[in-house]
Write a new protein. Structure first.
Length: 482
């Protein structure tokens, strides 16, 4: 018998009308001992199975309940009822696995409404819910669109190492990688840890960014991107930070800052358009969930646009491009700042922007995605290109409504002498990064790139509000279950 997934079946049912087929999935509902709503994860829609219980043994029927796994063979017919186009008249039903209903009712599979917090504690089961299956289908589509965008634009996908000796961001927020027996760590004569005895013969950590290695690849392949897991041991328990997240990092030889901003804007718009076009059903669901959420909020905190409307507007508008210096002026002169509404007052040029400032610019002042560029050199990483003013670097951050920073990047410092001086100022050891320095010695060229946090983009397109709900198994401080 032809096995089909529900998405295929619903998409192309005319050809198989009045034929027998086999479907498999989990029971979402079983009404009147007659109608099974079957879901196999391929799509939001359930398939209706009509069971004439007189044709089946009572024992089998009595075992079917919510969460049961079934294999059903039957005839595809046009549905009599409203709510679905087709249904299956069951001829054969096989129960595939056990379903302990008493235990099920202690989990989120019990058919009733559960809070997002409870769903998170049972992350291994939440794929079975409408909400999380929609979120993870959209996440998959976003990843696919990312690869498609770079592929269409002649980029090469490279894989940068997860274990590295480098601290690309110079922020020191790294997880160590070692196979030392932690109860018996070798020490040298000075009493310091002797990393020469460690697995790699040196101190290593999980990567905070694949950028430095991607830069070396761009110096031969021209246009590259890396897309992989990234790790930060920053102890920030926020709705925007994960200890393990996925980052996409394009790096392009011969690009300057403006080219870099153009690429970031085209890229975000491409992925969002892709999702609008290819995830319509899931987005409809997320859109109504988003609307329900807004209704729970006090009027002043409600979003001005619906989820789908917001996505459509983002791809229509050109992102605002604003220098750090202009942004500081806007912030300093804002009513919010003067009335002391910011937790971190904006009192001078040179301060690092907090997310409350970024969100003010995006959500209140410009009401549009904003690209901030030319930041003070002191608050940005060593590899960013020094501008002619000697005060700022060719950095850029893309800020999104409801999210804050979604992309961070820059034109890179390609001049060996300037790079060396900056590394010295910022205490980055150039000997450790000898291979990175080499790229500035043999045909160095202007180049630029950026990093997009995948989960922040998925937050934006799904309208979810906690980053823990857009990655299957979140890693955050004090939490590494599953
Ligand atoms: O701004 P960041 O730190 O930039 C870099 O790592 C550069 N090396 C990228 C590059 O130029 N190739 O991080 C880039 C993006 C942020 O804008 C944010 O979207 C995301 O990565 N990000 C995080 N996402 C989730 N949890 C965290 N802890 C994140 N830290 C950064
Ligand atoms: Mg950043």
């Amino acid at each position: 018998m032809k096995k089909m997934i529900i998405k295929e079946l619903l998409g192309d049912y005319k050809k198989i009308l009045h034929h027998d087929i086999t479907v498999q999935g989990w029971v979402r509902a079983f009404r009147s001992n007659r109608f099974i709503a079957l879901n196999d994860g391929s799509t939001m829609a359930n398939l209706q199975i009509v069971v004439d219980f007189e044709n089946f043994d009572k024992d089998t029927i009595s075992k079917i309940s919510v969460a049961s796994s079934l294999k059903i063979t039957g005839e595809v017919v046009e549905s009599q009822g409203s709510g679905q186009v087709i249904e299956i008249i069951a001829k054969k039903i096989v129960i595939l696995g056990d379903n302990f209903t008493e235990e099920r009712d202690k989990t989120i599979l019990q058919p009733k409404k559960h809070s997002l917090e409870v769903l998170r504690e049972q992350a291994h089961l939440r794929f079975r819910t409408n909400l999380f299956s929609a979120v993870f289908r959209v996440r998959s589509a976003v990843s696919f669109a990312i690869h498609e965008f770079y592929n269409k634009n002649h980029f090469f996908y490279i894989n940068t190492p997860i274990i590295t000796g480098a601290d690309a961001e110079g922020a020191g927020e790294m997880f160590s990688v070692t196979n030392f027996d932690l109860n018996n760590i070798p020490r040298n004569e000075e009493g310091e840890i002797d990393y020469t005895e460690d697995f790699f013969g040196k101190k290593t950590n999980l990567t905070v960014s694949g950028q430095l290695e991607a830069e070396t690849a761009a110096m031969g392949l021209g246009r590259v991107y890396t897309f992989g897991p990234t790790f930060r041991a920053e102890n920030s328990n926020t709705t925007r930070h994960l200890a393990e997240f996925w980052m996409v990092e394009p790096e392009v030889a011969f690009n300057n800052l403006e080219n870099n901003i153009d690429l970031a804007e085209d890229f975000l718009k491409y992925v969002i358009s892709y999702v609008l076009k290819n995830c319509a059903e899931d987005l409809e669901f997320l859109n109504s969930r988003f609307a329900d959420e807004q209704k729970q909020k006090p009027e002043k905190d409600r979003a001005k646009e619906g989820l789908i409307e917001k996505l459509e507007n983002v791809i229509k508008k050109r992102f605002m491009r604003v220098s750090y210096t202009e942004a500081i002026e806007i912030l300093m002169n804002s009513k919010e700042n003067k009335k002391g509404k910011f937790q971190y007052p904006v009192d001078r040029w040179g301060i690092d922007l907090q997310s409350e400032h970024e969100r003010f610019l995006v959500e209140k002042h410009f009401e549009s995605p904003v690209v901030l560029f030319d930041y003070p050199k002191e608050i940005k990483a060593f590899y960013m290109r020094l501008n002619d003013d000697n005060k700022t670097v060719a950095a850029m951050d893309v800020l999104f409504p409801g999210i804050g920073e979604i992309i961070g990047g820059s034109q890179r410092e390609e001049r060996l002498d300037v790079l060396k001086a900056k590394m010295q100022d910022m205490n980055v050891d150039e000997h450790e990064l000898w291979w990175y320095m080499d790229t500035r010695k043999f045909g160095s060229v202007p180049h630029a790139g950026f990093g997009l946090g995948l989960e922040r983009l998925v937050l934006f397109v799904t309208g979810m509000t906690n980053i823990r709900d857009v990655i299957p198994f979140p890693r955050t401080p004090k939490n590494a279950e599953f």
